[in-house]
Design a protein around this ligand. Structure first.
Ligand SMILES: Nc1nc2c(ncn2[C@@H]2O[C@H](COP(=O)(O)OP(=O)(O)OP(=O)(O)O)[C@@H](O)[C@H]2O)c(=O)[nH]1
Ligand SMILES: [K+]
Ligand SMILES: [Mg+2]
Length: 390
């Protein structure tokens, strides 16, 4: 049996197993198995087809946003509207076949926006192939070169490198598309609008499995954790580990932690084409969590979408100040969350960090204003910094 078949068998079994106290260990085991096979499936393929030309776009600007969605929901129309890049848009599916970058300029930041081919159910496994083969307007050579099994996977691989994902949905069929895409991204380890489970996990050389928790656990027990570990780790031959739950996590969240390489990513669900649905329907979609309704065709609500996107990117703006002068609030240095004074230095000048003596910082990252700090000090949004050289 191939891995895909094994995965589908386990998925079926999970679906038909009732969830209750008596089956929790069995389900835990199945989920650990599933995670193991999926990890194997996602190992980089050695075949050249999986590389997929046209996808290796350089990261540039202050942040990266990937447009993910079914074919013909309006991704390319959106890119052409928001950036100075034109991406071909048309009424037929799979108009876009590669990754097309554009830049949104907003509040002094350059946000890289990536238009991508439409993905469909099963994209993670590369089932796009047959669809590409059906596009008759392409010469057969082209359709072969884009039909690589990895194409759907390529889209998802690009999504993993983004700071925020915009899941673009057709408002007239949004609900089904949303559920299918969520499942697709979920199956390759992308967690949308979730934070990393607060579990400490460390494989060890000996000592068996040590299990502790700082909170009352209602979804996991020591026995279940051991079963899952045993099942998942039997392939890697690790039988010793330290586990500390600092949060009441589910078995799935625990599995995420042991499998690792999960991406926890903010996602905005953008319902496009609201010019095609009733006001009541628009209202209902707009109230869903993490959702924005727009119409690219009629240019509706695009400003609000940018505001939301900015909020989800959660970029850190830092203002610089020279000795004896007022801070320069007109020109912010824009950094990702978790940036240090060293990051700020690099942004100002390549050699600044090596001449750095100390910095004075005003703002929420310090106890006193100003406070003298070193290179490793973590900056916060809207801090002001004055750098003193040796
Ligand atoms: N009614 C309506 N049509 C729209 C809107 N936005 C885009 N369209 C149309 O939807 C069709 C598909 O748009 P594209 O931008 O090519 O969609 P895409 O998601 O890039 O499609 P693929 O590249 O094939 O995956 C085009 O005919 C657009 O004119 C909208 O807000 N309202
Ligand atoms: K299209
Ligand atoms: Mg397109």
């Amino acid at each position: 049996m191939g891995i895909l078949e094994k995965i589908s068998e386990i998925e079926k079994e999970i679906a038909r197993t009732q969830k209750n106290k008596a089956t929790e260990y069995h389900l835990g085991l199945l989920k650990a198995k599933l995670a193991k096979y999926r990890a194997q499936l996602l190992e980089p393929s050695k075949s050249p087809a999986a590389k997929g030309e046209g996808f290796d776009v350089m990261k540039s600007g202050d942040a990266r946003v990937a447009l993910i969605g079914f074919p013909s929901v309006g991704k390319s129309t959106f890119l052409s509207l928001m950036t100075s890049t034109a991406s071909e848009a048309a009424s037929y599916e799979f108009t876009t076949l590669t990754c097309i970058p554009g830049v949104i300029e907003y509040k002094g930041a350059n946000i890289q926006l990536l238009d991508l081919p439409g993905i469909i159910e099963g994209a993670a496994q590369g089932w796009l192939m047959s669809v590409f083969m059906c596009r008759r307007d392409l010469p057969s050579v082209v359709s072969l070169s884009v039909s690589g099994k990895g194409r759907g996977r390529q889209v998802i691989a690009v999504a993993r490198t983004a700071d925020v994902v915009i899941m673009m949905l057709d408002a007239t069929k949004g609900e089904v598309q949303r559920a299918l895409l969520e499942k697709e991204l979920e199956s390759v380890g992308i967690r949308l609008n979730k934070s990393k489970p607060n579990i400490y996990f460390k494989p060890k050389k000996g000592g068996g499995i040590s299990f502790n928790s700082t909170v009352t656990l209602t979804q996991c027990s020591e026995k279940l954790v051991q079963l899952i570990l045993h099942e998942y780790m039997s392939s890697s031959e690790i039988f010793n580990a330290e586990v500390l739950f600092r949060e009441d996590c589910s078995p799935d969240e625990f599995i995420d932690v042991i499998v690792g390489n999960r991406v926890y990513m903010p996602c905005l669900y953008v319902y496009n084409k609201i010019d095609q649905i009733s006001m009541e329907e628009v209202d209902r979609l707009a109230r869903r969590p993490h959702s924005v309704v727009i119409s690219c065709g009629m240019k509706l609500n695009l400003d609000y979408l940018l505001e939301k996107l900015w909020e989800y990117l959660a970029l850190t703006c830092i203002y610089t100040k020279k000795r004896g002068q007022r801070p320069d609030f007109t020109d912010a240095i824009i950094l990702r969350k978790g940036a240090s004074v060293e990051h700020v230095c690099h942004r100002i000048h390549r050699s600044l960090a090596s001449q750095f003596k100390y910095a004075l910082v005003w703002g929420t990252s310090t106890k006193y204003s100003p406070q003298r700090v070193g290179l490793t000090h973590m900056m916060e949004h809207e801090d002001v910094i004055q750098i003193v050289k040796k």
